[in-house]
Design a protein around this ligand. Structure first.
Ligand code: ZN
Length: 309
């Protein structure tokens, strides 16, 4: 992509974001990538979640809920710092005495960097809704495996003007664990169903193989192998342009990666496989607003019906 193309894309992001604030749909926090939702979007998100609820229930997915923080140990075990160190949101806190607190307060008052006064905690912000589930599956799965339905605010440190690329955002996930055949069949079915859901929202969508944003030189090989093995698919909507479409959903096959790390076995004693699918709730919201306009009352009747608006 040329520099000019990047600039005009950035301008499109800024312009649309400003309109979202003007129409009082998003609430500005003052920093890139962190926004609030105003009443119409709170309702829209509830409708989107309801739509995914109805689809997930068809498979009997079991709900679970985790907070937006995970133990730091979890990220160590899954190799997060090897692959995505730049996206991590590590949590620090103050653990000093009175004297140290005075120095901290002084630094803060002067507008200085308070990081040297803080210490790492044992927690980080959750990078993906499915991560906290895997350790809880350790042991032997029941016959037929398991299927979970999760929703969580996730954090990835990638400041951007793109309102469809927030740093703190909601990912609705379904996670399947079982034999390789069970897991692969589930993911293949969902590729079709996912496409149908996005099409029913009146969005121009297409499916493509994808790779995660693995860090650095070593990451290049990881990306290539992930694409070659077709471990990740994304549903893409050209929110801004056809050249740089936005992923609104992803379908990830981890093979036995998480099962190996956490000791998850199938009923027949084999190593379990896992897969997850995730809908980027905030990205779907932006795609809908960009495609159908700011006033939901004027959206196509079929879309309003799908969302039960
Ligand atoms: Zn996941």
């Amino acid at each position: 992509m040329s520099t000019q193309a990047i600039t005009s894309l950035d301008e499109a992001h800024l312009r649309f974001k400003a309109q979202l604030f003007q129409h009082k749909l998003l609430l500005d926090s003052g920093v890139q990538g962190i926004v609030g939702r105003a009443a119409p979007l709170v309702e829209l998100v509830a409708s989107l979640q309801g739509m995914i609820d109805r689809e997930s229930k068809k498979d009997g997915a079991v709900k679970a809920c985790f907070p937006p923080v995970v133990p730091r140990e979890l990220l160590r075990k899954v190799g997060y710092m090897d692959n995505f160190p730049n996206l991590c949101g590590s949590i620090q806190s103050f653990v000093g005495d009175d004297k140290a607190q005075l120095a901290l307060a002084e630094t803060v008052k002067k507008g200085g960097d308070w990081a040297p006064h803080l210490a790492s905690t044992d927690f980080t912000l959750t990078p993906a809704s499915c991560y906290p589930l895997y350790p809880t599956l350790a042991g032997t799965l029941p016959e037929g495996g398991v299927l979970y339905d999760l929703n969580c605010y996730c954090f990835r440190h990638e400041p951007s003007n793109d309102p469809a690329r927030l740093m703190s955002f909601e990912i609705r996930e379904n996670v399947r664990a079982g034999t390789p055949t069970e897991v692969q069949k589930w993911r293949a079915d969902w590729l079709e169903r996912g496409l149908g859901i996005i099409e029913a929202l009146g969005l121009p969508v297409f499916l493509d193989t994808a790779s995660d944003p693995f860090f650095g030189r070593g990451g290049k090989m990881m990306k290539a192998s992930q694409r070659e093995l077709e471990l990740k698919f994304e549903l893409l909507v050209p929110i801004w342009s056809k050249d740089s479409p936005t992923a609104v959903a992803s379908f990830n096959y981890h093979q036995d990666h998480f099962a190996h790390v956490f000791g998850i076995y199938t009923a027949d004693g084999g190593g379990a496989h896992t897969a997850c699918l995730g809908f980027g709730i905030d990205r779907l919201v932006i795609a809908l607003l960009k495609t159908h306009g700011f006033d939901m009352k004027t959206w196509p009747a079929s879309v309003r019906q799908t969302l039960m608006l």
